[in-house]
Design a protein around this ligand. Sequence first.
Ligand SMILES: C[S@@+](CC[C@H](N)C(=O)[O-])C[C@H]1O[C@@H](n2cnc3c(N)ncnc32)[C@H](O)[C@@H]1O
Length: 251
Amino acid sequence: MKRFICKSALTLGCKVAGVKAYIEDDIFTTHAHDFVEEPEFLGAYARGIKAAGPHYYFRWRVHVALWAAGVARRLPGDFVECGTNKGFVASAIMHTLDWNSCGKRFFLLDTWQGLDVATLSDEEKKAGFVENSQKWIKEGIYETDFEAVTKNFSEWKNVSLIKGTIPATLPQITSDQIAFLHLDLNCSPPEIAALEYLWPKLVPGAMVLHDDYGGFPLSKLGMDEIAGRLGVQFVTLPTGQGLMIKPPEAR
Ligand SMILES: C[S@@+](CC[C@H](N)C(=O)[O-])C[C@H]1O[C@@H](n2cnc3c(N)ncnc32)[C@H](O)[C@@H]1O
């Protein structure tokens, strides 16, 4: 996620030429966004905030993630998130899908130590990714309290918290069928490695949601390169996310 605490300059309910506007997380639109008032969405978003602490002002992103997760729920296979941090998005998803009745497993991967310098590209190092990560750890934005994360997810069964650096931890995902993959590492090489490693395990129609696609140019370059090699494409969403669906005929 590009910004953690992105204050909404004008919040919901604001009107432009008499029409309700959504102005948040680098989006300005008067298109329909009635989801922000739906009780189901409000419940899921509140559970995300309970996990994370502050309001991230990421409602449209969460709306997209909940939709993709809802589609993936109908597919065979488990869920994976690469980059969980405090569990904002994953908690919202599990709340919405009533995870304990879902019959799926959710594998949540993170160092819970911020970015691992060993996995960064030279360009990312030069661009200050290491310093940013250290700053976000100091500010409590990147979670290092693994017990707190464990406690957050303790209300749900079939959840595996896999602590350590991606790609080394990827073999700990003990599923051969994956329906939903959320990539949100804020750095490119381990995201590429994760998609490459998990690709054969993604079921036809699996949803791949890349949170960093529009917000991190180096991450977008990396995803486009691996997507090209796999013969697929991400769609750029105005939220900053990229979305890809594994084609039924792909292997
Ligand atoms: C933007 S945060 C994830 C946000 C999360 N999806 C949410 O819903 O709030 C990025 C996370 O990726 C983790 N991370 C970055 N590089 C990693 C790597 N190579 N292996 C594992 N975790 C990594 C960081 O520790 C951080 O918690």
